[in-house]
Design a binder for this molecule. Structure first.
Ligand code: ADP
Ligand code: ADP
Ligand code: MG
Length: 465
């Protein structure tokens, strides 16, 4: 088993990895930027080291600083978490060259799947349905035009190196194609340093359904069921749940088999996620594979009872998976709400600030993953995720009720968060019925926020009487 792990990350995921290591008697080394000296991950690890200034490029993305820290503290493994270096194939290679175990798939596998256009080809060759579109990267606008004509509008122009919903533009017809092409390319170049694009037909009103994969070095590949991540703002997830109301047992089995086939074709090792869009007619299409632990993996932990971070550590140590496909049982229903320091009233602009008061929910079926504490100052340099609130129940409606109750108990003072919006979503009839697609939030946001404003005004009036 690995003995000492350096965690190349921060926030709730760094804490989660420290916790798994503690339970396995593995020592941890936390790294922190100058903005994170008082962050919990820096306090709770066995050891912790400063690796540079606040800017991520100078610290959490600084490969030299992280590798030197790992070697100086005699770590034998590095966990990249999500975001930052977690999908950087060169970093995975460098870890291995320095004699460190990289907790994730090899650099070669990350490279194969990291280019989303190449991953499409790989999936298609493995017999997994992909969205109709380009065969590999687009050469130029002219090629985009003829492909769009062939598959039919609307289409999406997507960055091969994309992630986090960035570098993607929709064209509804030939007139909008050039602008979408230029904008997607410019955003891709700015965000990822790579303007390469590919084209997909837009699947109208789809669900985002993804399958959690685990694979070991002995060649076992299993899936742990799906997550429905269709509640999105700007193509970024806000609420996730498992199981999905949209899948029948037969469809679940078919999609699970396809996810495993894609992972096997890539030679996958470790935890990963195969993402699909599912059309209202029940046709599913591969969109990408994320070669890391994701933000929403705890949803799967709650319904399967499997500790995915411990399993990652087992696999990195060369041990086989601790379960076979037929031993994985999904029990009850789980929902996650991402709590971001952001203002839904102002287009979700990030709102970092000082946490002047914090109260976290608890009780049966509630889990909170967070690195917040009262007095903690959320730095402006990183992702705005500050907490993940999860609810598990024996039925979906019990999970919804528990989530409502948990969000009512949650108090975060000092900056606006997405928690009140999540609470509204939990009361929306369409959500309660499980009838929603990836366009749900865009269609309903104004109505939900207006509802909240009206209620607030009525309550204020009552206070004055
Ligand atoms: P995805 O949206 O790719 O399915 P997750 O939502 O699980 O995966 O993880 C997204 C996380 O990865 C974000 O919270 C962020 O930390 C990081 N991330 C990925 N891509 C970007 C990006 N382009 N800009 C900023 N953060 C990103
Ligand atoms: P990222 O790498 O940024 O996570 P994805 O390719 O996973 O990008 O797409 C992000 C989201 O965009 C999906 O969850 C879905 O809502 C939407 N999307 C992506 N591709 C399509 C498509 N072909 N048709 C419809 N929606 C899509
Ligand atoms: Mg994605």
């Amino acid at each position: 088993m690995v003995k000492r792990v350096l965690i190349a990350n921060r926030g709730e995921i760094a804490l989660r990895i420290i916790r798994a290591c503690r339970e396995l008697d593995i020592e941890t080394v936390a790294v922190w930027s100058q903005a994170d000296e008082s962050a919990l991950h820096a306090q709770l690890a066995t050891r912790s080291l400063c690796i540079g200034p606040a800017r991520a490029a100078d610290s959490y993305l600084n490969q030299e600083a992280i590798l030197s820290a790992a070697l100086a503290t005699r770590c034998d493994a590095i966990h990249p978490g999500y975001g930052f270096l977690s999908e950087n194939p060169d970093f995975a290679d460098r870890c291995v060259r320095e004699g460190l175990k990289y907790i994730g798939p090899s650099g070669d596998v990350i490279r194969k799947l990291g280019s989303k256009s190449a991953a499409r080809s790989l999936a298609r060759e493995a017999g997994v349905p992909v969205v109709p579109g380009s065969d590999g990267a687009l050469k130029n606008l002219r090629q985009a035009r003829s492909l769009a004509e062939a598959v039919g509008y609307p289409v999406l122009l997507k960055a091969s190196a994309g992630g986090g919903g960035r570098g993607m533009r929709q064209a509804d017809g030939p007139d909008g194609l050039e602008q979408a092409f230029q904008e997607a390319r410019a955003e891709a170049a700015a965000c990822f340093g790579d303007g390469e694009l590919y084209l997909e037909k837009l699947v109208v009103d789809p669900r985002h359904i993804e399958f959690q994969i685990m694979a070991d070095t002995q060649g076992h590949v299993v899936h742990l069921g799906e997550r429905d991540c269709s509640i999105q703002r700007r193509r970024q997830k806000l609420v996730e749940e498992s199981p999905s109301k949209a899948l029948t047992p037969a469809l679940r089995e078919e999609m699970g088999r396809a996810a495993v086939a894609a992972a096997k074709a890539a030679g996958y090792v470790g935890a990963g996620t195969v993402e699909f869009v599912l059309s209202p007619e029940g046709q599913f299409y591969f969109i990408e594979m994320n070669t890391r632990i994701q933000v929403e993996y705890p949803v799967t932990e709650l319904v399967t009872g499997i500790d995915l971070v411990k399993e990652q550590l087992r696999v990195a140590s060369g041990l086989p998976l601790s379960f076979a496909q037929e031993e994985i049982k999904v029990s009850g229903h789980a929902i996650e709400c991402r709590i971001n320091a952001e203002d839904p009233e102002r287009e979700f602009v990030p709102c970092p600030g000082t946490t002047t008061f914090l109260h976290l929910p608890g009780g049966p079926g509630v889990r909170v993953d967070t690195a917040l504490y009262t007095g903690y100052e959320v730095p402006p340099y990183y992702d705005s995720l500050v907490a993940k609130v999860l609810a598990h129940g024996s039925t979906r409606l019990e999970a919804v009720r528990r989530m409502r109750r948990a969000l009512e108990e949650l108090i975060i003072e000092g900056y606006p968060t997405s928690a009140p919006l999540a609470h509204l979503i939990m009361h929306d009839p369409d959500f309660v019925r499980g009838r929603y697609d990836t366009g749900y939030l865009d269609r309903n946001l104004d109505r939900l926020l207006e509802l909240a404003r009206t209620c607030d005004q009525l309550m204020e009036g009552d206070d004055k009487q």
